[in-house]
Design a protein around this ligand. Structure first.
Ligand code: NI
Ligand code: MN
Length: 228
């Protein structure tokens, strides 16, 4: 059984069948919706960052240094983290996949913008991505901060659990997220990137109603988890 715990916004911890701990987009200390502070994270094996905006990357460097987790993301994002003292990094690029000891990870296109929080020089460009993770037959898609794209149709039939933003303003909103569900046809969808601030306030129950029979919508509270 794999367990996926939501920490608010786009931050999740995945605990795999084999006991590996993988955190997506760590944003805890400055995240008003977070259930925990970064100091409460005891051990991590991997940190996957979709892009360099602070609401996805703010705690990545400090957590990678303290836990010795391997940071995975685009080549430039990982290079920036390594320039700030992160020792274990694995740079990739859009469309590329790599088999790690917890599963196979592929970077998927995400339509969004990108600077890297903390990069005062602007040397490290940041192309946002999402993550497609195959845990040996259980396939997870963390969409990152993407808009709705036609590319999402390429994931049809290849995703069991989809983590989709519904907040609007910075990412796709609920109506486009429903269309993403139509494109991807996951078994389960978990909404994210909403209710962190008033600007991205949404009603997840309304999203569930709009998805209807297309997929099972699992609504988590920060600290809540889904086993699959
Ligand atoms: Ni962003
Ligand atoms: Mn964001």
């Amino acid at each position: 059984m794999a367990r996926l715990t939501w920490h608010g916004h786009a931050t999740f911890t995945l605990e795999t069948d084999t006991g590996k701990r993988v955190m997506f987009d760590p944003f805890l200390n400055d995240n008003p919706a977070a259930d925990i502070q970064a100091s409460a994270v005891a051990d991590l094996d991997y940190i996957l960052c979709s892009h360099g905006h602070s609401d996805h990357f703010a705690d990545a460097i400090s957590l990678a240094k303290r836990t010795h987790a391997m940071l995975v993301g685009t080549f430039e994002l990982v290079a920036f983290a390594q320039s700030r003292g992160v020792h274990r990094g694995h740079g990739m690029n859009v469309g590329g996949g790599h088999r790690f000891d917890f599963g196979y990870v592929k970077l998927t296109p995400a339509l969004h913008t990108g600077t890297i929080a903390g990069d005062d020089t602007g040397r490290y460009t940041s192309t946002p991505v999402g993550f497609w993770v195959d845990l040996g037959g259980k396939r997870l898609y963390h969409c990152g901060d993407s808009a709705l794209t036609m590319d999402m149709q390429l994931l049809r039939g290849q995703v069991d659990v989809a983590l989709l933003p519904i907040g609007d303003n910075f990412t796709m909103g609920p109506a486009d997220a429903v269309r993403a569900v139509e494109f991807i046809q996951p078994r389960v969808v978990i909404p994210m990137h909403y209710n962190t601030w008033d600007l991205i306030a949404q009603d997840p129950q309304a999203f569930r109603a709009a998805v209807g029979d297309l997929a099972q919508v699992v609504i988590l509270e920060p600290g809540g988890y889904y086993d699959f």
